[in-house]
Design a protein around this ligand. Structure first.
Ligand code: SF4
Length: 275
């Protein structure tokens, strides 16, 4: 196991989501620096998503976006969808790709907003997604992107939490005729802010423990086999083999568990003659 070459001191929503989902995956990705094969260069759809963000930034800066829009039909559709069905936006000053940072428990938390709009009474974070509206809005609310972005804005501005909101706009939802909405807005409040601070404190404390253990030669915790994140018929974590959590291992374990159940049943005495 490698030692830490440099302190991990800056944490984004991606770090927090991964750490919460599976500390061992966090270790493989950010401490062992293993290639996952899921980078932007290997995913054409993500590349297109990055181009859409670039397009929206250029638009916000008043630059000519026609050459970029012309490079791909889906970029054209998404941009057209934004022109025709934009999300509700407050009036105010627009800042694109705006970064906020704050220190917490020895770490720097960082967020880059696709768009931040501010006026005297309110501030709104906007985030562009190039996929369809997710079915579970509560998952989006609990995602660290939502929680961290709102937390950072509250911590680094004069606004009260209830003056802040975050809106996700879904480009692909806008191009589907059966879709009734293409955005989700979360309004922040003081209770949510305090809960996020507690959640962050707990997660960073777990990270401290994990990092101390890692530097002492202990691997960070894995999720349980039954968690569903390692392998399933439709999904395989890119580190499943390294974690010895491939499908075959899962099936072997399931078979062993089933055999144990059968053994247990066989050991139950059958007093049929007294019935
Ligand atoms: S295989 Fe499972 S335990 Fe290992 S990194 Fe992936 S999700 Fe975590």
């Amino acid at each position: 196991m490698q030692t830490l070459h440099q302190p991990l001191w800056q944490l984004s929503q991606s770090h927090l989501n991964l750490l919460e989902a599976c500390p061992r995956k966090f270790q493989h990705r950010y401490l062992d620096r293993l290639e996952s094969g899921t980078g932007l260069e290997n995913n054409p759809y993500q590349q297109l998503g990055a181009q859409f963000h670039q397009l929206m930034q250029q638009r916000a800066l008043g630059l000519d976006i026609a050459p970029l829009v012309a490079t791909d039909k889906r970029l054209q559709e998404w941009f057209q969808a934004f022109v025709q069905l934009p999300p509700p936006m407050i009036a105010g000053v627009h800042q694109s790709e705006h970064q906020r940072l704050c220190w917490l428990h020895g770490y720097v938390l960082v967020a880059i907003y696709d768009l931040l709009i501010q006026n005297a009474d309110q501030a709104q974070i906007l985030d562009w997604k190039t996929y369809a509206l997710p079915r579970r809005v509560d998952h989006l609310r609990n995602n660290w992107q939502t929680r961290l972005y709102l937390y950072l804005l509250a911590e680094t501005s004069e606004y009260d939490p209830q003056q802040l909101s975050m809106t996700y706009w879904f480009a692909a939802a806008s191009t589907q005729p059966e879709t009734t909405t293409n955005f989700v807005t979360f309004t922040y409040n003081q209770n949510w802010h305090e809960q996020t601070r507690r959640d962050l404190t707990q997660l960073l404390s777990q990270l401290n423990e994990g990092l101390s253990g890692y530097e002492a030669g202990q691997a960070m915790p894995q999720v349980s086999f039954t968690d569903g994140q390692c392998v399933s018929p439709r999904h395989c974590c890119e580190f499943a083999e390294r974690c010895q959590r491939d499908l075959q291992a899962e099936e072997t374990l399931a078979l062993q568990a089933a055999l144990q159940d059968i053994d247990a049943i066989a050991e139950v005495p059958l007093n049929l003659k007294h019935c």
